[in-house]
Design a protein around this ligand. Structure first.
Ligand code: MRU
Length: 351
């Protein structure tokens, strides 16, 4: 069964619940987000994470913001200003995944159509309808990505990086949906998951998801990938994305770029899987993508263990950018972009 990372409780006056991914695979605990600061803390500390999932969380966060306005008895103008201020806080909670701002802006669009005199309750209803649609749509997109991706996945082992499954999306996932769809089709192959330092999304989350589904998984240190590829046991690498620019350059979890170079060096095809909401065609190349830098302690104190002297500094970018030339194809809900060129991207996304 695909795990669920977030769920809405009740109607437009309800609240968002988030599965705290920082506790997995040890503990399953849900956090109730009844106010926006609680949700923003959850996004910043990766309790909810993965590009599509934080987009969905951002959409629901606006409903929570409207709920704050209702609870405070704000008049219409004040309520609208409050929602817009919260929208900016949510959209900027993490900078690299474009899905977050995309979802927040999309959910605000119906509100812009409402008269200025609309009450906070009316704003909440409009925001709820759109946030739910973003969530439902993501389920459908994940299923389509899984289908399209399974057709291009060659026979043989697959290596993935970070977590791109149900925990990272509103549905079956992106890259992981490709793997599970091929598996559900009856194909059998070895699945390898990079542990994905420093936060171990591969070993803690991807391996957990695969084990839940009964799919055997082999976890490896990120630094073992070159040796694994040399053995010939991996026929393809497939990863997700946080932002893809107009030329196909792809930001994804730190270590993805290195893996793509290794795949090229060993003649192994490297695929990216992502919904169209992950594309940012306003940026020409990956050089323009903002890269999130995170706390040194994630590197020096992984999982709370002292792994470096107190005085050591740490370099901790959360993402890197893989140039389009290293990517064999990008699997989207509309089909596979292959070769990865600006023209082909526009062509497929325009469908
Ligand atoms: O920092 P994270 O865990 O949010 O990073 C997640 C990734 O890099 C995923 O690979 C990406 O968001 C794709 S999720 C379908």
């Amino acid at each position: 069964m695909t795990p669920v990372s977030l769920r809405w409780q009740g109607d437009a006056s309800g609240h968002l619940e988030i599965l705290d991914q920082t506790l997995l695979p040890g503990r399953l605990e849900w956090i109730a987000c009844r106010d926006v600061p609680t949700l923003i803390e959850a996004i910043k500390s990766l309790r909810v994470r993965g590009a599509p999932a934080i987009g969905i969380a951002g959409g629901y966060g606006l409903v929570v913001a409207a709920g704050e306005a209702v609870a405070a008895g704000m008049p219409p103008a004040h309520a609208r200003a409050h929602v817009l201020a919260r929208a900016e806080q949510l959209a900027t909670a993490r900078p690299t995944a474009v899905n977050l701002r995309w979802a927040v802006e999309r959910c605000l669009r119906p509100v812009a159509q409402l008269p200025d005199t609309s009450s906070a309750v009316t704003l909440a209803a409009a925001l709820f309808a759109e946030a739910r649609e973003v969530h439902d749509e993501d389920r459908r997109l994940c299923a389509a990505i899984g289908r399209h991706g399974a057709t291009v996945l060659p026979e043989g082992g697959v290596l993935t990086h970070c977590n791109t499954g149900g925990l990272a999306t509103g549905g079956a996932g992106t890259a992981l949906a490709v793997i599970t769809t091929a598996w559900d089709d009856g194909r059998r192959f070895e699945v390898f998951a990079d542990e994905t330092r420093p936060l171990f999304q591969g070993s803690r989350l991807t391996a957990w998801e695969l084990v839940q589904r009964g799919i055997p998984v082999t976890v490896l240190c990120d630094s073992a990938a070159a040796h694994l590829l040399k053995t010939g046991r991996v026929a393809a690498c497939i990863v997700g994305a946080d932002r893809i620019t107009a030329n196909g350059d792809t930001a994804n979890k730190i270590g993805t770029y290195g893996l793509a170079i290794l795949a090229a060096a060993h003649g192994v095809p490297f695929y990216v899987a992502a919904p169209s909401s992950t594309f940012d065609l306003s940026l020409a190349t990956g050089d323009e993508i903002p890269i999130e830098e995170r706390a040194a302690a994630e590197v020096t104190r992984p999982l709370g263990v002292i792994a470096a002297p107190e005085a050591a500094l740490a370099f901790n970018p959360a993402f890197d950018v893989t140039p389009a030339r290293l990517i064999r194809g990008i699997v989207t809900e509309h089909g596979v972009i292959e070769p990865v060129t600006p023209e082909r991207i526009r062509d497929i996304l325009g469908r």
